[in-house]
Design a protein around this ligand. Structure first.
Ligand code: SF4
Ligand code: SF4
Length: 129
């Protein structure tokens, strides 16, 4: 899911509380937060009731919570197959195919960490939220 932090919320130990008070396992995939607020992409795992309570806790503290609907998409027309994303993708969702000289994107392997988005020169990679 994607969390949007207000300036007030950015100073609170939200992820620590999700772990310690709501028994959740938190895997932060991407975070861009400073004292003015920001965004975080994370995976939450735990019991369904704990996840519900954790999400209620975030919303009650002015954190916007949105599910990632479809993960990450590549604009096939924009991709130049430059290969810049291949070595930085932690899950090998982006790999170079030596037969075709193209970079193959396997959506099922993508965990929406967002690393490739900043690295892609033509901005072909996009998180769908
Ligand atoms: S960095 Fe962008 S343009 Fe280059 S291969 Fe990856 S997705 Fe395509
Ligand atoms: S967001 Fe990009 S870098 Fe991260 S797992 Fe998905 S394809 Fe790989």
């Amino acid at each position: 899911m994607v969390l949007n932090f207000s300036p007030e919320a950015s100073n609170q130990p939200m992820t620590h509380n999700l772990i310690s008070k709501h028994n959740l396992v938190v895997n932060i995939l991407r975070a861009e937060i400073d004292e003015f607020g920001g965004k975080m992409v994370l995976e939450l795992s735990g019991k369904a009731d704990d996840i519900r309570r954790g999400i209620d806790y975030l919303k009650a503290n002015n954190v916007g919570v949105r599910p990632i609907k479809e993960g990450v998409r590549r604009d096939e027309d924009a991709c130049t197959h430059c290969g810049m994303c291949v070595s930085i993708c932690p899950t090998k969702a982006l790999v170079f195919d030596p037969k075709t000289g193209k970079v193959i994107f396997t959506e099922e392997k993508c965990v929406a960490c967002g690393v490739c988005i900043d690295a892609c020169p033509p901005r072909a990679m996009e998180i769908l939220i």
